[in-house]
Design a protein around this ligand. Structure first.
Ligand SMILES: Nc1ncnc2c1ncn2[C@@H]1O[C@H](COP(=O)(O)OP(=O)(O)OP(=O)(O)O)[C@@H](O)[C@H]1O
Length: 275
């Protein structure tokens, strides 16, 4: 065997690292219960999980919109210009037109008028944006989502945090968006994306399956399928749903106190075998 083939490759640098993240809103139940994840540079990380499991809370903590109670989040870059964030609650001023929204955000990020117009044309061709004079208030939810995505990408950030960009969109447009995200990651961008459409996440380099505030398993989609003997990610998720999450929390605590295994998939196997 060629010697090079057995040399371990140095791990690609992490763009985002979350370690033992805990979050509770006021006196409510704990929403994040020790989440750890690593998003490597130039990859797409798909965060999957049912409604209410804590995906948005985690993204909000990563972008600094929400403060963690405990834990650490490291971003490769702390410069706000390097981050493009598309929130789930679209937050576009309903009284502005599409064009004004572009100018508003473009100007914040120091882009010239010509650059902003050229970016509008670029995203219009890509995502079929609404006519530029239309008011946000008069757009459908799907149209607003496309504008919001384009605005998050407008300043060409290196880290993209996208909270359900494809919800409510037709499959052709969703496909276009995923293709564009793949191109962006090949060009050097790092992307964290949440989606309810589990099979879409096959296009991510890494998938994290989340439930009740914890990541149950995390690996490349093909590895997850192989590891759990499933043909779809949905089946993997269903298999993971039988796991008693309190046991995962115990195992996570062991990990955060220094125990290391090679991958979180191993961690889950270890867990399933021990239950
Ligand atoms: N600002 C807040 N104040 C109090 N509770 C909150 C707040 N934001 C979220 N929660 C609660 O935290 C839990 C997780 O919500 P979160 O939005 O993070 O889940 P999610 O996985 O993104 O759900 P969805 O897929 O439906 O968007 C829910 O029980 C929600 O009610």
């Amino acid at each position: 065997m060629c010697r090079d083939a057995i040399q371990p490759h140095p791990p690609p640098l992490a763009s985002v690292e979350v370690r033992s993240a805990f979050k509770r809103y006021n006196k409510s139940a704990m929403v994040l219960k020790g989440v750890s994840l690593t998003v490597r540079r130039n990859t797409i990380y798909g965060l999957l999980g049912p409604s209410g499991c804590g995906k948005t809370t985690l993204l909000n903590c990563i972008v600094g919109r929400t403060k963690l109670d405990n834990g650490v989040i490291n971003l490769e870059s702390n410069v706000i210009d390097d981050i493009g964030y598309m929130p789930q609650d679209l937050c576009l001023d309903p009284l502005l037109s599409v064009e004004e929204i572009f100018f508003y955000f473009g100007t914040i990020f120091g882009r010239s008028r010509n650059e902003i117009i050229s970016r509008y044309k670029y995203f219009n061709a890509l995502f079929d944006l609404p006519e530029r004079k239309m008011l946000i208030n008069n757009l459908s939810g799907g149209q607003q989502r496309r504008v919001s995505l384009a605005v998050a990408l407008l300043h060409n950030p290196t880290l993209l945090i996208l909270d359900e960009p494809t919800v409510g969109l037709d499959p052709i447009l969703s496909e276009k968006i995923w293709l564009h995200l793949s191109d962006l990651s090949s060009e050097g961008k790092t992307i964290i994306i949440t989606t309810h459409y589990i099979e879409e996440a096959r296009r991510a380099h890494t998938v994290g399956m989340m439930r009740s505030g914890i990541i149950l398993s995390e690996d490349a989609p093909d590895n997850l399928l192989k590891c759990y003997g499933c043909s779809t990610l949905e089946d993997v998720f269903l298999k993971l749903c039988v796991i008693d999450t309190s046991k995962v929390i115990q195992v996570n605590n062991l990990f955060s106190s220094g125990l290391e295994l090679r991958s979180s998939t191993c961690k889950i196997y270890f867990l399933m075998l021990s239950t």
